[in-house]
Each structure stands twice: as C-alpha cells, then as structure tokens.
Design a protein around this ligand. Sequence first.
Ligand SMILES: Nc1ncnc2c1ncn2[C@@H]1O[C@H](COP(=O)(O)OP(=O)(O)O)[C@@H](O)[C@H]1O
Ligand SMILES: [Mg+2]
Length: 435
Amino acid sequence: MNILVVGGGGREHAITAALARSRKDPSLFAVMSKKNPGIAELCEDFLLAKETDVEKVVGFAVRKNIEIAVIGPEAPLSVGLADALEDAGISVAAPKKAVAQIEFNKGWARNFMKDNGIAGCPRFEVFTERGPMDSFIDELGDVAVKPAGLTGGKGVKVMGDQLPDLDAAKEYAASLLATGSVVVEENLKGEEFTLQAFVDGEHLAFMPTVQDHKRAFEGDLGPNTGGMGSYNDAGEILPFLVEEDVSQAKQIMLDTIRALRRVTGVGYRGALYGQFMITRAGPKVIEFNARFGDPEAMNVLSLLETDYTDVLSAIVTGTLDKLDVKFSRKATVCKYAVPAGYPDAPTSDREVTVGDIGDALLFYSSVYESDGKVYTTGSRAVAVVGVADTIAEAEKIAQHALDNLKGDLHSRRDIGTAGLIQRRIDHMRTIRNMQ
Ligand SMILES: Nc1ncnc2c1ncn2[C@@H]1O[C@H](COP(=O)(O)OP(=O)(O)O)[C@@H](O)[C@H]1O
Ligand SMILES: [Mg+2]
C-alpha cells in the first residue's frame, strides 16, 4: 500500500511513525516544506514543496501511485487539497474544503452550530462593522475576540488574559475588521481539554482525552504558543474530568458530523479535533479543528494499537464501525523543546543535538537538516514523549529526554508534574462548586 503524508511537523512525524509500525509494511511518501529528518528516514521518497501547492502535491501523489493520502496541517485543507487529490482518483483520509471550514472559518462554524442546535455553543455573534460589535461586547461584559480566519493559534484574545478591559476588547476587535469578519463570544471559564476522533463520514472512533499547554512559560504564564506540551492519563479520561464530561463531548462531535453531512452534502473523513472548555454547565466548544492537534497527535498516536493502515482504509471506505480501534491504557507526557525566545523573539539556525533519550519517543518538528546536522528554524523544534502506566512516570521519561537535548532551547518542566495537575483538579473543583 502506498501512503502519502502531507506536512513536515511533529504531528506528521507522529503520523508517519504510527504508519511505519504497521504490520502491513506500507510504502510511505511525504510532502513537506522543509526536510524533517524523522519523516525523511521513514519514507521511501519525499518531495520538498509547500503543502498548499495543490498542483505539486497532486502531481507527486499521482507519480507515486498513492492509494491513500493523509493531510496533517490545516492550511492545505483550507485550499482544497483533499478535494483535488480525490479528483485525481486518490482516496483521502482528510476532510474536503466544504466540511474543513468547520476549522478555517470560525464565523461559519459558530453559525453552523447554532443553526443545527449543536450543544455546547457559547453566546456569540459574527461582525463586519464596529457599531453593533461594540454594543455586543458591552452586553456580554466579558468576551473572547476571534478573527474568523486561520491565524496559526495567534489571533484569538481573551479578556483577563491578553485583553485587560472592555475598551481593549473593542479596540482589538475593531482592528481585526480590516482582515475580515470577527467573532465575539462569551468568555468561558473552566479547564480546556482535547477530544479527537477518527471519522469515516458517519462513524466516529474516539481517542483518549488530552490536555495541551498553550502558554510559553511555566505556571501557564507568558504569550500563547502553538502548544508547549500535552498529557493524557491511562484510559480515556483526564484527572480533572468526570465520565459525563467526556460522554457529552462525544455526543457533540457525533451531532456535528451528522449535521455537517446534512448541511453540506459532504461526508467528513479524517481526524476531527474537538477543543472543549469544561465549565460549570458542562462541556462547551471552544472550536473544532479539521485535523489532529500538534502536540496532541503525538500522545494518542503513540498509543494506537490497531494497525493505522486498517484505520485509514476504514476511514476512506466508511467502515470504521466494523473496526475495533484500540489505544493502550497508558499515560503519556509530551514536551516540546522550542528555540530560546519563542514565540516572540526566537533564535534560529542553532544546532540541536540529541543525547541519551532513554525510553522516550522523539518527534522532530520545525527543524531542518544540513550536512547531517539538525538546526532550529524559529518555531517549535523537537518533541519528546514518555509513555508509562502513570502520568508521573511518563513525565520523568519525557523530562530525562529533554535534559539530554542540547541547543539554544527552552521547554516547560512543569507539564505533566503532580503540582500542575493538582492545580487543574482544584480549579475544576472550584468551578463546579460555584453557584
Ligand atoms: N469563548 C472563549 N472563552 C474563553 N477562552 C476562549 C474562548 N475562545 C477561545 N478561548 C481561548 O483562546 C484559545 C484560542 O482560541 P481558538 O478558538 O481555539 O482559536 P485558535 O486555536 O485558532 O487560535 C483557546 O485555546 C482558549 O484558551
Ligand atoms: Mg484552538
């Protein structure tokens, strides 16, 4: 079986590594903008090209007789790469543009949820002019402000975090109007978690819940990033969640997939990422992504027991309900090493060397290879993942590996530690007990 993976980050390295574990011995191919040494090593051949260059990607896929393509990042989905590959006769385990807009058009996504009565939608409105937007911001009193389009995780600002008061919220929202429509929504209070699922157009196979850490510095301080690391507990549920939270989140994702088909006429195939805020009133949807999370893909794919090629075949043939998709009941802790100064003033072109990483798994992200050496770019560089029976053991494995990565690097020691997890549990207890 010839399989193509589009994308060259940590998420795509995890996808490729999971495929390389297949007992069916597939031939793997990749398209990536920079040579990710981890992906390159696992592939029979790769093309260095922009993932959004639809013509080049399709041409490569046709030349290599690709049977199934997987698309990692959001940008190629937003330019219709899945549609173009399918038009060329290639099966694609990633959503077409009509349904991927659940991610790349936040205004459309919120209206879609409201119109179809999907649970967990916060109060919101979509604006194209300032007057009514200012009034709505006053009316809600505490808001999150979102540009409707893709911003690589750097466009959303929330009161209490990046926006000190209502005036700052109004100014920021107004400044975004120049780039397109703006979504203003109620500021949800609680703990965030990620629930991902494989989807075949109709059926969903859920993965364990994961929690990401967006802030750059320990103690959840500093600017937002693409994600500094993530963990899951052995089993499906995070320590601060109850079973009901996860079953409600699953129902929301199932209802979303059904409504997407009804509204667009297109079946959603691929990975669906639900980002939830667990509030006093249960899970609310922060957003959906039309692909795996990065870092969350590294947690869950490291635990996938079912042959990934079987999962892909089931996705493209609509037979996921007939496949028992299993994940090991283990905890994982993933930590990213990023360039010093990331995200505001990162260093780049510094060598990274990998020492003894013990039992950890290692995934390359935004790095490049030159003369057999690995260098940083300016974005997240290398992730390590510990897998063990408990979060504490997994954390030790990941931290030991991080301590043996050398370079001009920064990381968060606190991800997966008992202290930080206890804070999440205490925070949720306070939220749930609020009147
Ligand atoms: N309604 C909301 N209430 C509180 N926080 C929010 C809300 N919407 C978004 N956020 C915060 O902002 C972050 C980014 O928002 P999100 O909608 O996921 O956009 P993106 O990931 O595309 O930047 C979320 O992870 C969450 O922490
Ligand atoms: Mg998000």
